[in-house]
Ligand binder design. Sequence first.
Ligand SMILES: Nc1ncnc2c1ncn2[C@@H]1O[C@H](COP(=O)(O)OP(=O)(O)O)[C@@H](O)[C@H]1O
Ligand SMILES: N[C@@H](CC(=O)OP(=O)(O)O)C(=O)O
Length: 561
Amino acid sequence: MVAALRLAAVAWDSPTAVSASRLGRERASLCAAARPGGQCCARRGLVLRCQSGGGAAATAATLKKGEAADAAGFTVVMKFGGSSVSSAARMREMADLILSFPEERPVVVLSAMGKTTNNLLLAGEKAVSCGAPKASEINELAVIKELHLRTIDELGLDSSIVSGFLDELEQLLKGVAMMKELTLRTRDYLVSFGECMSTRIFAAYLNKLGKKARQYDAFDLGFITTDDFTNADILEATYPAVAKRLHGDWIDDPAIPVVTGFLGKGWKSCAVTTLGRGGSDLTATTIGKALGLREIQVWKDVDGVLTCDPNIYANAVPVPYLTFDEAAELAYFGAQVLHPQSMRPAREGGIPVRVKNSYNRHAPGTVITKTRDMRKSILTSIVLKSNITMLDIVSTRMLGQYGFLAKVFSIFEDLGISVDSVATSEVSISLTLDPSKLWSRELIQQELDNVVEELEKIAVVHLLQHRSIISLIGNVQRSSLILEKAFNVLRRNGVNVQMISQGASKVNISLVVNDSEAKQCVQALHSAFFENGFLSEVEEADLAQNRVPVLVSSNGAINGN
Ligand SMILES: Nc1ncnc2c1ncn2[C@@H]1O[C@H](COP(=O)(O)OP(=O)(O)O)[C@@H](O)[C@H]1O
Ligand SMILES: N[C@@H](CC(=O)OP(=O)(O)O)C(=O)O
């Protein structure tokens, strides 16, 4: 038993488990799973079995909008987040919700149940230091087992649906405990258990209700990604592979597809990858584009995208319409409601995204499209990203010295550190560093020290921590008005803005303030822009000045009157 575990533990992290000669074949056959009726890859161990000879099957082009709906009957993607499938009761409601739209032919995408992903990550971290004999006793493992077995029981399903996964999960934690390390690759494999179980339970439940459903693991369905474990990018080959497989299976045997969100298969490693936290949104929009669907629905626990994070300010209200640019900027600058990359496939495919509340299905939600009527739009939403690091970099060379900016950015490139916002003059730069990119790695302080050490060769550097970026997502045509109002509010609240950044055609103005002042600033800005008749005041002023508004997209492109 111990010997078997040890062998498995080596195989989990050993790229050599895939023979060198197989690699070339794998590259050609990454989309093998796209074959209609193709068997699922074996899912034992970190390296997925890659089938050979399937490359040709993936050559079909991505379906044009509406094509799949005609051929295979799919009309929408319905993605349900962790809160929407957190218990048997919630799963029943979601099944009822799907069935209450009989005119829709959905592809269903699910996240892991409730807090399962967090629990899996915590269990993995504990396993690193608890010692192999204690791995079975990790509290989070017990919580995960209890939740899934109870859900199965309450839905009247057979426990064999998840028992194999729960056993394998325990073995995996024992392996981690023996190895005393949890690599990014193992972490992805570990968290994949969440989505693999939730989708199997839900598909079995739909079948029990008499609504034929078929479960898919995204890594077998054709989701091909980069090998950036924990933060993988979807590769182009995914679209035709996914379209071909879903379409082919539907033609052979129609059934509602229930797909694991968040997961993919690394194109070189053939191992399970994940798309970054909240990545099921990206799974949904990728399927929407691949199948050319009418709409992508992401069902959350809030009434759509709100004017700010409701956890920061309870007076936040839904934003009825957004453009892809606004939504992407909002997500990138920290609004947890959408995955930062998720708008890209929807924008490329021209497919509207609707953010809906699974607790309040009749609320209209937020519709995200390429353009929208911006005539009455000033500020759309306020986003807060806390605990960021800011760097003030002042050149030690003479004014007029060229190449300073290039040198600074090449240092960040060399060290693989991502920059969020930038404000520059000829001899100085202020910039903020992306905390999620930095904090997810281990050598945080050492990395910052390296940056400062390198930059100090050409500049005087001040490292400022515990800062927040407040992003004002709004109508670029009204940026002076937004700035005037925002600075008035901040001045009245005695807040000093330490950096400001706005791109020429961007929908976002970023302000950097101290962490300690940030929440209060968001609340004050929210009440000034959204709660005190500001929009009507501006409308009246516009009318008085006889200003004729034009119809523009949020990035300033004029679309007509
Ligand atoms: N601007 C915002 N609009 C709506 N929700 C937001 C916003 N900013 C942060 N959130 C948070 O995002 C949560 C929804 O996203 P998420 O937890 O990923 O949903 P799910 O797990 O259901 O996909 C909300 O419960 C809310 O707390
Ligand atoms: N379960 C994953 C993926 C995901 O998208 O989750 P959610 O839809 O609940 O944000 C996570 O927690 O990150």
